[in-house]
Each structure stands twice: as C-alpha cells, then as structure tokens.
Design a protein around this ligand. Structure first.
Ligand SMILES: C[S@@+](CC[C@H](N)C(=O)[O-])C[C@H]1O[C@@H](n2cnc3c(N)ncnc32)[C@H](O)[C@@H]1O
Ligand code: SF4
Ligand code: SF4
Length: 350
C-alpha cells in the first residue's frame, strides 16, 4: 500500500515540477484546478466566499453526471496536475464516487474538501481508492446558524473521525480557515484535529475583510499555530516564513499581488465555465466548448484589492515559479518539490 502511495505522490510531484518549469519559462499553465461539483450546501457559513461571489444562475444549476465526467476528461487532457473537488458540499452529490474514480482515471491527482457533516461509507470508499488528499474544514458554531450550530460542529468532527477510520491511502488534512470567528477556538480545533488523527493541519487566512481578525487576534493565532508547530513539526503545515507574515495578511491592503495572469489555480464550475483563478469569479468561457489552452489565452483583469492570493499554496507556488530563479533549473525544481513532499498542495481550498 505504502509503495503505491509513494509512487502516486512522486508521479504528482513530477507533473507539478513540469508545470513549474512551464511557469518559469513564461507559460502560464495551471498547477491546480478546483472543480465546484455542486453549488448546494447543507449549511450556510457566515462569510462563505463561494456563495457570495458566484452567479446565482450557477447556484441553481442541477448537477449532471455526464457533464461532470466530460469536464474531468478535459482537465486530464489539458494536463492539469491536481484537481480539488469542492462545492458547495461535494458529499451532496449522489454520483461523487463515480466522479472521483473518473478524475483518477483521467490522469488527475484528486483531492476533496468537505465540511464532514454528510460523509457516507460508499463515497468514502471511493475517496480512499481515488484521492491523494482528503481535507476536512471544521466550521465552528459561531459561523453556523445559532439554533443548531453546536450540533452541526460536532457532526463535522464525527464525520472527520469517520474519514480517519475509512481512509488509509490519502493524506488526511484538517484545513482551518483563520477568521475572527475561528481564532478564539484555534487551540481547541488543533487539539481535536491532532487527537482525531489528522496527518496534517493547514491554515487558510480568510479572504473576506469583514471577517478579518483584529491585530491582537491575529497575533494570538500566530502564537497558537507556532506553539503547535513546535510540538508537532511534522503535522502542523505552516512554515516560519508564512507565520512571520501571517498577521500582515489582515492589513489594509493585500500583501500578495494578484497572480491572475499566471493561472496558478483555476476554478471550474459545474456547467464547464472556467474561471481565471480560484476563488474569484472571472469567467473565461466553457471547457466544454473550447480547449483549456484557448480559454487561458484570453485576457484577464488583475484585482488589487483581492486577498485571495494570500494562501499557502499560492505563496509556495510563487516561490517555486517566481521570476527570480533561472528558468533552466528543472532538476533543482524537481528536487525542491520532492523535498517539500507536495506541501504546495495547500487548500487547496483549494
Ligand atoms: C467553499 S468550501 C467547499 C467545501 C466544503 N463545503 C467545505 O466547507 O470544506 C472550501 C473551503 O473554502 C473555505 N472558505 C469559504 N469561505 C472562505 C473565505 N471567505 N475565505 C477563506 N476561505 C473560505 C472554507 O472554510 C472551506 O475550507
Ligand atoms: S460548508 Fe463549505 S460551501 Fe458550505 S457554506 Fe460552509 S464553507 Fe461554504
Ligand atoms: S488576488 Fe484574487 S483575483 Fe487575483 S488571482 Fe488572487 S484570487 Fe484571483
């Protein structure tokens, strides 16, 4: 089992390394795609970006298996290394198992992100078989409806424990969105994630200014993450460099310039619409009507007031693909990717 796992990870690392070389040579090819397989969700978290910025017509679209399979095939044909299955809540799709296996068969390295509340044995079997990463996002009662937030929070953790029991193959991460609503519970969340057997815990600074922690809360978050990192260096996926700039992520202007023209991370909707980046909704056209390469040749606008690129995966992608290092360093890029054990796949919250 471990051999196959290692093999799959090395294969993914090789695909990513090739994309890094492309990027260094000035070809803006995506490293990751997030496929929003449904707009529906069983809860409505305060500040959920994915409800707030998207076209209401897409929220209403009915999931369709044939269309989703065609999208996965197109992403595979376009050589996108990693696809994250997201939503809405992906476990609401009855055909989730079919989609995950189809993604793997299309040559994609598949990740899935879930709120954990609806995980089912059948779908988890397919996650175990077809995914390289499974990410659980804890949603605290303060983000959820007051009347049943506590129950849903516990339901999420119960789902996470079921994921741990069911999954032997994928890397199982807890993906924490750091906001003013989650900071007060950060220590509790990290303790529960580690006790439940998370392989790693990752952190996503919230994109929405209304949910930014205060400077004191941000400093508290850095202290908590730093102390857990010191105790569990292999399981808390945050570097000293990321921690040192963490509080500044919540300042009056974004600290990571818009990377939209690099197409590091595209978003794909359930109707085939490709967006220039994830999370912002910048539609380029349909993957079902034109090859990805054609869509990516279209011009896109930079956003100077968007905080969406302040995330571990983009910060790492920038470092790996940045203009500062020589384009010829293919071997050294591959070595650095292997050494990082694919930690570049952050959240890939997506
Ligand atoms: C949109 S959800 C989709 C999958 C699933 N429903 C879940 O919650 O994991 C994917 C991730 O985006 C994060 N997210 C939602 N709104 C966000 C925001 N405004 N800023 C940063 N991350 C956000 C969520 O916390 C979650 O980890
Ligand atoms: S569970 Fe995920 S998709 Fe649903 S509202 Fe919360 S963050 Fe958004
Ligand atoms: S800053 Fe915003 S608009 Fe620009 S690439 Fe990042 S997420 Fe997209």
């Amino acid at each position: 089992m471990r051999f196959f796992q290692l093999d799959a990870r090395l294969f993914t690392a090789a695909k990513l390394a090739r994309r890094v070389v492309d990027q260094r040579l000035g070809r803006s090819r995506p490293l990751f795609a997030t496929f929003f397989v449904t707009r529906r969700c069983n809860v409505r978290c305060t500040g959920c970006w994915y409800y707030d910025v998207l076209d209401p017509a897409l929220r209403a679209s009915e999931p369709d298996t044939a269309t989703a399979l065609a999208i996965l095939r197109r992403l595979g044909e376009a050589g996108v290394p990693v696809v994250q299955i997201a939503g809405g809540e992906p476990f609401l799709r009855r055909d989730l198992a079919t989609l995950l296996r189809a993604g793997r068969d299309a040559g994609l390295s598949v990740a899935i992100i879930t709120n954990g509340m609806l995980v089912s044995a059948a779908a988890l079997g397919a996650v175990d078989e077809a995914c390289e990463w499974a990410l659980y996002s804890p949603h605290v009662p303060e983000e959820l409806a007051p009347e049943n937030g506590q129950r849903q929070y516990e339901q999420g953790w119960e789902g996470f424990r079921r994921m741990r029991r069911a999954l032997s193959r994928p890397h199982l991460a807890c993906a924490v969105t750091v906001s003013r609503l989650t900071v007060p519970r950060l220590g509790e969340i990290l303790g529960r994630a580690l006790a439940a057997g998370a392989d790693s815990v990752k952190f996503q600074p919230v994109f929405t200014p209304a949910l930014f922690p205060s400077p004191a809360e941000a400093r508290h978050a850095v202290d908590v993450m730093g102390s857990f990192q010191a105790r569990y260096p292999d399981r808390i996926a945050v570097s000293a460099a990321f921690l040192s700039r963490f509080a500044a992520f919540f300042g009056p202007a974004p600290t990571v310039a818009c990377t939209v023209r690099r197409f590091f991370h595209i978003g794909v909707h359930v109707d085939g619409t490709v967006c220039a980046c994830c999370p912002m909704d910048q539609p380029l056209g349909s993957l079902l009507e034109a090859p990805l390469e054609t869509l990516l040749a279209r011009d896109v606008a930079e956003h100077h007031d968007c905080y969406g690129c302040q995330r571990l995966d983009i910060v790492q992608a920038l470092r790996l693909c940045g203009a500062e290092a020589p384009a010829s360093a293919a071997g050294s890029v591959a070595r650095r990717l292997r050494a990082r054990s694919l930690s570049v796949v952050g959240q890939v919250r997506e």
